[in-house]
Design a protein around this ligand. Structure first.
Ligand SMILES: Cc1cc2nc3c(=O)[nH]c(=O)nc-3n(C[C@H](O)[C@H](O)[C@H](O)COP(=O)(O)O)c2cc1C
Length: 220
């Protein structure tokens, strides 16, 4: 039987082969209690637009900062994702390396969650899933937010970076000359998703000095 199956697949001409749809990307998004809840929300909105399947985990303090910093209720944020898991649900699919995903973004990432990830202390689903990303050599992006940074924060960032994570502090790119906070956020979100080979198309990429010079010429 296997022989005949093998023969069929080898002998079927390409014109008769049924094209398979490209697999929909799957990304885990975790939000923690650092300031910058809007960054996580805009990531979820961008991933939805890009038709990426999202798996969301909110920490208790992420829920508090969402309420405090934004016009969203945590339930509205959860509604932006395809799948939502409780932060203490260690039996969630994303807690296992056998559940295939294209990576994980922790946005924003508190110093507490960074510390847990850096020492492999999988006390909640966010730290456990990040641990899985590192052991499976998958993309892990941590949007670490604190200022100023202590030696402990810096050491933890170096440790996770050496283990394969990308440290992406949400530092504003003022060279885009933003007209609003939203523009800055869109630029940051765009650069975060670049790391997953996803193009939001919602920010202007640096293209040399050319554009500014053209504008100056127009003014003169
Ligand atoms: C309004 C607010 C802003 C906060 N901002 C930060 C921050 O920027 N960075 C940080 O590491 N912790 C910040 N914290 C503290 C964290 O929420 C706290 O350490 C919490 O235990 C993090 O837990 P989690 O990582 O499980 O969400 C903030 C707390 C509040 C209430």
């Amino acid at each position: 039987m296997f022989d005949s199956l093998l023969r069929t697949s080898i002998t079927t001409p390409p014109s008769e082969q049924v094209p398979t749809a490209p697999r929909r990307k799957k990304i885990v998004v975790a939000m923690t209690g650092a300031t910058g809840a809007l960054l996580g929300i805009r990531v979820l909105i961008a991933l939805r637009r890009l038709n990426v399947e999202t798996h969301l985990v909110l920490s208790k303090w992420a829920e508090a900062t969402i309420k405090y910093e934004t016009d969203y209720h945590p339930s509205n944020v959860k509604a932006l994702a395809d799948h939502v898991y409780a932060v203490n649900d260690m039996a969630a699919p994303v807690a296992s390396g056998s559940f295939r995903t294209d990576g994980m973004l922790v946005v924003p990432c508190s110093m507490k969650t960074l510390a847990a990830i850096s020492c492999g202390f999988c006390d909640d689903l966010i730290a456990r899933t990040a641990d899985v990303m590192l052991k499976e050599r998958r993309r892990l992006v941590l949007v670490t937010r604190e200022t100023p940074l202590s030696d402990i924060h810096l050491r933890n960032m170096l440790a996770v970076s050496q283990s394969g994570a990308v440290i992406f502090p949400p530092v504003p790119a003022l060279y885009i000359k933003p007209a609003s906070v939203e523009e800055l956020i869109d630029q940051s979100v765009g650069r975060m998703l670049d790391l997953f080979d996803l193009d939001t198309g919602e920010f202007e990429r640096w293209n040399g000095w050319g554009k500014d010079k053209e504008k100056e010429k127009e003014k003169a």
